[in-house]
Design a protein around this ligand. Structure first.
Ligand SMILES: C[S@@+](CC[C@H](N)C(=O)[O-])C[C@H]1O[C@@H](n2cnc3c(N)ncnc32)[C@H](O)[C@@H]1O
Length: 349
């Protein structure tokens, strides 16, 4: 059975039935017809205003109402992003796979959900005066104040050292884990609210893309702190500890993961939280994307330093409503998962 949880700021909590086609496995496309309330309806609309990460427990509650045996099932979080759904709700499941196509998400999830044996001893951080301005400092820490300059230099230092170590034989897995620790630490001291679409300026308001670049900018309190790049200590990431050893992290396409019987089995609950379709996800997180991949040093332009179109990663098919629905249809008609839940806000699917 599949359910679609629609997160809306407008609608009161209600259940919408979109017809009998929806009750079959090939049932992804919602119609606008509101129907009878009832526990078997496949679309549930949750009225919710606030940060999307906090909606996870409400969705889990809905899953629990539908499916009584979650503790015996495995979760496949196919669009994991920062892993916040798994962090809040993963404990309800037996084993978990988190997946995202973006390298920074993959690396971040490795840092959060795994604790590998490390073979590479990180180099000690040199004193500030011996650190150099690298790509991040030059592009995201001067007129674009995403980080204070000293943090930019530290990010550049680790980004270069981890990359050198990788080129000198450090395994892919360990390299991406190390980079994940860097992305996690950088995100904690970033001078942004939630997205890298803007940064905080002098008067405390946000400077968003498509306006002029301020020469001065105030830093948010957390952005004044010195970055501390380290493997997360036990208990440091809320919700992660009890999941260590139960989570597999993947960097693949969500549709392929969802229909791959080696990942998504008849014992799986498939959780699909696809991106919005009004703005590519990359534009919300481009700075993390750049940090996460030391081989990617694109041209940067405009207020927030987005790369030109021809240097950006390809759009996801989930970022257009037509192709997103086709993908959802493919998943629902092919997946081995017995249960699936797609959570989408009004701007998704
Ligand atoms: C709405 S966010 C997910 C947020 C996540 N559930 C959380 O709680 O942090 C959508 C995610 O889908 C990812 N994405 C977009 N297209 C994808 C694809 N084809 N395969 C895998 N991930 C994809 C984006 O990189 C983004 O992280």
């Amino acid at each position: 059975m599949s359910i679609l949880v629609r997160v809306s700021a407008e609608q009161p909590e209600e259940v919408i039935d979109f017809g009998t086609r929806a009750n079959s496995k090939r049932s992804s496309a919602p119609s606008s017809r509101k129907g009878t309330k009832g526990p078997k309806s496949p679309i549930i609309t949750i009225r919710y205003l606030g940060h999307k990460r906090d909606v996870g427990p409400i969705i889990l509650q809905k899953m629990n109402l539908r499916w009584k045996n979650l503790g015996q099932l495995d979760l496949v979080d196919a669009f994991a992003g920062s892993g916040s759904f798994t962090l809040r709700c993963g404990n309800a499941f037996r084993r978990i796979t988190v997946n995202d196509r973006m390298l920074y998400s993959y690396e971040l999830c490795l840092a959060v959900f795994t604790r590998p044996q490390l073979t590479y001893q990180w180099p000690p951080l040199p004193p500030q005066e011996r650190l150099e301005d690298g790509f991040i400092t030059q592009n995201y820490c001067t007129s674009r104040r995403f980080f204070k300059k000293s943090n930019g230099r530290r990010i550049d230092f680790y980004r270069t050292r981890f990359s050198d170590a990788h080129q000198n034989g450090l395994s892919d897995e360990e390299f991406h884990y190390d980079m994940g620790c860097l992305v996690l630490a950088a995100d904690r001291v970033a001078n942004v609210e939630t997205s890298y679409y803007s940064f905080v300026q002098q008067n405390g308001t946000y400077k968003v893309e498509a306006t002029s670049i301020p020469s001065e900018g105030r830093f948010r309190p957390r952005a004044v702190e010195d970055i501390f790049v380290h493997p997360p200590a036990p208990g440091e990431v809320e919700g992660a500890e009890s999941l260590i050893g139960r989570v597999t992290v993947l960097n693949r396409d969500a549709t392929l993961v969802s229909i791959d019987p080696a990942v998504t089995t008849s014992n799986s609950v498939l959780y699909l939280d696809p991106p919005y379709n009004y703005r590519p996800y990359f534009e919300n997180n481009h700075v993390l994307y750049v940090i996460a991949d030391p081989s990617y040093n694109p041209q940067t332009q405009g207020t927030v330093g987005l790369p030109p179109d021809n240097q950006r990663p390809p759009h996801s098919v989930w970022e257009k409503s037509g192709t997103a629905l086709e993908q959802l249809d493919t998943i629902l008609s092919t997946t081995k998962a017995t249960e699936s839940c797609s959570a989408t806000c009004e701007t998704g699917l």
